[in-house]
Design a protein around this ligand. Structure first.
Ligand code: GUN
Length: 281
């Protein structure tokens, strides 16, 4: 069997066009504030990508760039001001933050109804209890890719490899909320290949280049590759899945690049539009 390739790039283009149309019909222009502290090149590149995507969807974006030396209390004061500003609908603090700033304290300060990243403990708790919540963008993008491909999680066995706050944990929760039977695997799991090869839906989110081989995959499974690993020798991006061999066995597979990556920003736009509608809670 050769897998159907789920193109996050194509799906993103379609969804961003739909969002741009939705934005036209809103009474307000959705507005996203992004805070970036420090000079990490990857973070700067991600934030430029977010700005550009906002522009093409007709979403207003404000980016606050600060030096690494910014104090935690200064950052908190900026968040307080953005929380109070009714023209700002979404607030995103780019992670990671410099070591002297507590990420937890910062995330907890963001107003729950402006938390377009879905990292605030109230949104995390609402997701856990199966309630409507702002949901982290990468997991939301994964669910959209499954939906568009006709892969219904109900009654299926989903195996999530990786237990990060950003991806592994929340995507497992979303799959559970859609009635999948969910197994989490992680660095201490014994016999990963045994567990992974039981999966009807396999989410590879460990951040380890090529760790999922053909031996980890059941014939016909949907394989979603969340890995973003840079190959040192070539500088190219590669996933957690050995794409060429796994695509001959899987039913569906996402490529890297052009798979889950573009969906993350698309879902950020989606969450910002939701925040502007003000109907989440
Ligand atoms: N850094 C890497 N990914 C993300 C993300 O999804 N949101 C934020 N705020 N920071 C990140």
């Amino acid at each position: 069997m050769t897998a159907e390739i789920i193109s996050g790039k194509e799906l993103s283009t379609q969804l961003r066009n739909e969002l741009a149309e939705e934005v036209q019909d809103l009474k307000v222009t959705p507005s996203l504030a992004v805070i970036l502290v420090g000079d990490d090149p990857a973070s700067h590149s991600y934030v430029r990508g977010k700005e550009k995507a906002c522009r093409t969807a007709g979403i207003h974006s404000i980016v606050k760039r600060h030096p690494t030396s910014l104090r935690e209390d200064e950052l908190i004061a900026e968040i307080d001001a953005l929380n109070e500003d009714s023209s700002v609908h979404g607030i995103l603090v780019q992670l990671p933050l410099p070591e002297h700033i507590s990420e937890d304290a910062v995330i907890e300060r963001i107003a729950v109804n402006k938390d377009v990243d879905g990292f605030h403990p109230v949104n995390v708790g609402r997701l856990l209890t199966g309630k409507k919540a702002f949901t982290p963008c990468t997991p939301l993008g994964i669910m959209k890719m499954l939906e568009i491909s006709g892969v219904d999680p109900r009654g299926k066995h989903a195996v999530v490899v990786g237990r990060s706050q950003l991806v592994g944990r929340p995507v497992g929760q979303l799959l559970l909320n859609k009635d999948a039977t969910v197994t989490y695997c992680h660095s201490k799991t014994k016999d990963l290949a045994f567990h992974a090869s039981q999966a009807d839906i396999l989410i590879a989110a460990a951040g380890r280049e090529g760790m999922i081989s053909e031996a980890h995959v059941k014939e016909g499974a949907a394989v979603i590759d969340v890995g973003v690993n840079r190959v040192e020798s070539t500088g190219k991006l590669t996933g957690d899945v050995q794409f060429e061999e796994v695509k001959e066995k899987a039913g569906w597979i996402t490529p890297v690049p052009g798979g889950v990556g573009p969906m993350t920003i698309t879902m950020l736009l989606h969450n910002t539009v939701e925040a502007a509608r003000g109907t989440m809670f």
